[in-house]
Write a protein that binds this ligand. Structure first.
Ligand code: NAD
Length: 324
């Protein structure tokens, strides 16, 4: 048989039908179901492109195997965070990494607003209690909630999602917005006050929402010490990455009343084990890493295949990931 000239494209996690057919038109597609590192090492030595989503880790070891084989040109991550890819190793090996940075900005921001309201207005707690016949007794309780127009939102990481959350809260609810970012933040389409450090945000916000990437600096940034700065009436929302928050001290702070509530979409590890400390923490709303999972968000994340194809065909990709 003559050797095929079509590029070999390894899809390591499920993509939608449209994305799969676009890839199939551009090359020979090999579909895998979350391969382990050994299998991935074997595959990248004979592949031209690799497509991943959230759970396949493209480690330095995998990239070194690809570099030695000299065939892999592009790694595509359908999604935003690239913490599952060793981008520095890939760039050093001459392999282009592409992602979909803006795919789920609106989806995540929508859920953050819903989570803030759910925790502060106790909707998740109330629902089963209404079903158990507590309607009248719940209505007789003095309200604890304060309207969002009288609160301060603290954003850690004022990038795409942080801005989308700030826009919703300030322009929609009249919430004051403060933030901390390690980079200079340019024009914002709403009023927001920069703070000198994260601690100033923790100390002055009624809602702290995390929108940082997972990096060596942000891993574990919400630890015992950070939690000492929070107001006891404040709530924490984490839709960034699980390891940014240390779950044990957070659960302890909630149990001891040093924090009023939390909403958590991302865990470390995922899925969380049955004895995860936050499962027994009070006023804690948990979602299964679904902040990005709207129809629009998922469709846009699948569009990473267009950039994979662009690189394979020698064109400039729309969203190359730069080494941080
Ligand atoms: P972005 O790159 O636009 O913004 C991130 C911001 O964080 C940047 O402004 C950056 O300067 C800032 N930052 C980095 N390190 C920091 C630090 N140590 N302290 C303060 N600020 C810091 O990214 P984005 O599109 O807003 O997404 C943010 C993160 O959200 C992603 O990296 C991803 O991990 C996560 N995410 C989660 C979901 C989900 O489904 N739960 C979906 C999409 C994105």
């Amino acid at each position: 048989m003559p050797e095929t000239s079509k590029p070999r494209i390894v899809v390591a996690e499920k993509f939608n039908e449209s994305a799969m057919s676009r890839l199939a038109a551009a090359g020979d597609v090999v579909l895998l179901d979350r391969p382990d590192e050994d299998r991935l090492v074997a595959e990248v030595t004979i592949a031209d492109a690799l497509a991943v989503r959230t759970y396949v880790h493209v480690t330095a070891h995998v990239i070194e195997a690809a570099r030695q084989a000299g065939r892999l040109k592009v790694i595509g991550r359908g999604g935003v965070g690239v913490d599952n890819i060793d981008v520095a190793a890939a760039v050093a090996a001459g392999i282009t990494v592409v992602n979909t940075p803006a795919a789920c900005t609106q989806a995540v921001a929508d859920l953050v607003v819903g989570l803030i309201v759910a925790v502060q207005r106790r909707t998740v707690e109330f629902d089963p209690r209404v079903r158990r016949g507590e309607f009248a007794s719940l209505r007789s309780e003095a309200p604890q909630a304060i309207e969002l127009g009288h609160q301060t939102l603290g954003v850690i990481g004022m990038g795409r999602i942080g801005r989308a959350v700030g826009t919703r809260l300030h322009l929609g609810f009249g919430t004051r917005v403060i933030y901390y970012d390690i980079r200079e933040v340019g024009y914002l389409p709403f009023a927001a006050e920069s703070q000198p450090d994260a601690e100033a945000v923790y100390a002055n916000a009624d809602v702290v929402t995390l929108h940082v990437p997972l990096t060596p600096l942000t891993r574990g940034m919400i630890d015992e010490r950070a939690l000492t700065h929070f107001k006891p009436t404040a709530i924490l929302v984490n839709t960034s990455r699980g390891p940014v928050v240390q779950a044990v001290p957070l659960a302890r702070a909630l149990k001891e009343g040093r924090l009023a509530g939390a909403a958590i979409d991302v865990f470390d590890p995922e899925p969380p084990p049955p004895d995860h400390p936050l499962f027994s923490a009070p006023n804690c709303v948990l979602t299964p890493h679904v902040a990005s999972r709207t129809q629009e968000g998922l469709a846009a994340m699948n569009d990473v295949v267009d950039d994979i194809i662009a690189v394979l065909q020698g064109r400039e990709p729309m969203y190359p990931v730069e080494c941080q």
